[in-house]
Design a protein around this ligand. Structure first.
Ligand code: AHG
Ligand code: MN
Ligand code: MN
Ligand code: MN
Length: 333
């Protein structure tokens, strides 16, 4: 059995010039995952975890108490490090500058969706945490700027998620494949359980909120119909599975094969999911696992961001399924 810590140290040894900063950040994220795991697993036993916080975030969403707890846990864990210069989050209006001597000279920035699938938390359905790590592009010795956060996803140095499901797993990539670690609460350790795993090229599961069907682009409607037609050769009809948490649907599709779609619709003209801390980190993982991620037409990782909380339509999962959905989007829009 190999712990996450041992794995990080082992991988770092492959980069003799590495100063250990990224390893240190990943260790911090490990701690954040353990704290949020603990809070989620005792949520119903105290009054200060479940329910709404009573205010809205910059997205116009009513924040759950656990959105804020998860965000603050992440922020404070990173502030305690020497290696992080700035932080951006779904739950923070603006990016945060770690404006200390250490922060100004740190090389990395982190973006996060601290609690993904918030609507599930009060009903005991799985949720997640998503993170995305870049090297800063602004000069060392100065505070980070917006430019550091406006990098395309293809510049990420690492990304990952924690899925708080029937078990808690941390899954991440640093650009050399994807590895999954399952949390053993009796040890307090994340242990390597899914080494260098790949997403099946095809699958029989599609995930989309069909309640918005009437507002979907024609290409999405045509693809859904394709998924539902009988065809033994292509193993259709497929199964529809939609959990309401991107991390949970994506994790299942990573293991079993499948596609998750959150398209543009009149409610969300550019889709609901946020490019910087949902689309990009999951797209990096999908591609590292042999899958694809697009906005229906172009690679998510090549999109040049213009705003911190910009939204993007997301078609992500098994390569053959995303390519088929893109065919319908190209033909029907
Ligand atoms: P978050 O909870 O971080 O705001 O993200 C929720 C996202 C995604 O996780 C999920 O798949 C999707 O919103 C669900 O949206 P709908 O309820 O509109 O289907
Ligand atoms: Mn939210
Ligand atoms: Mn989310
Ligand atoms: Mn969230």
């Amino acid at each position: 059995m190999k712990t996450l810590d041992a794995f990080i140290i082992e991988k770092q040894a492959e980069y003799p010039n590495a100063k250990g900063a990224l390893s240190g950040i990943l260790s911090s994220i490990r701690l954040v995952a353990k704290v949020i795991h603990r809070d989620i697993n005792r949520a119903g036993l105290t009054n200060d975890i479940l329910g709404y916080a009573g205010n809205q975030n910059v997205q116009g969403e009513s924040q759950m108490k656990l959105d804020i707890i998860a965000n603050d846990t992440f922020k404070h864990a990173l502030m305690a490090r020497e290696d992080v210069a700035g932080f951006a989050s779904e739950e923070e209006d603006e990016f945060i500058i770690f404006d200390t001597e250490r922060g100004r000279n740190a090389r990395y920035i982190i973006l996060t969706d601290p609690l993904d699938g918030s609507s599930n938390i009060d009903v005991n359905v799985s949720v997640g945490t998503i993170f995305s790590i870049y090297r800063r592009v602004s000069p060392l010795g100065s505070p980070v700027t917006l430019e550091d956060f406006m990098q395309p996803g293809n510049k990420q140095v690492a990304s990952g998620y924690v899925v708080y499901g029937s078990s808690t797993m941390l899954v991440y990539t640093t650009g050399n494949g994807v590895n999954g670690f399952t949390y053993d609460p009796t040890l307090g350790e994340f242990c390597l359980s899914h080494e260098n795993f790949q997403m099946p090229h095809n699958g029989k599961i599609y995930s989309i909120n069909e309640g918005q069907y009437l507002k979907f682009p024609m290409g999405v409607k045509k693809y859904i119909k394709y998924c539902q037609e009988e065809d033994a050769a292509t193993q259709r009809p497929y199964a529809s599975r939609y959990i309401g948490s991107l991390v949970s649907d994506f994790h299942r599709n990573m293991l079993k094969g499948g596609i998750y779609i959150y398209p543009s619709a009149t409610t969300y003209p550019n889709g609901k999911l946020r490019l910087l801390y949902e689309g990009n980190p999951m797209a990096f993982l999908a591609e590292q696992a042999g899958g694809l991620a697009s906005d229906g037409y172009r690679r998510i990782l090549d999109i040049q961001p213009t705003e911190l909380h910009q939204r993007v339509p997301l078609f992500i999962g098994s390569k053959d399924m995303v390519e088929k959905a893109q065919e319908f989007m190209t033909e029907y829009k």
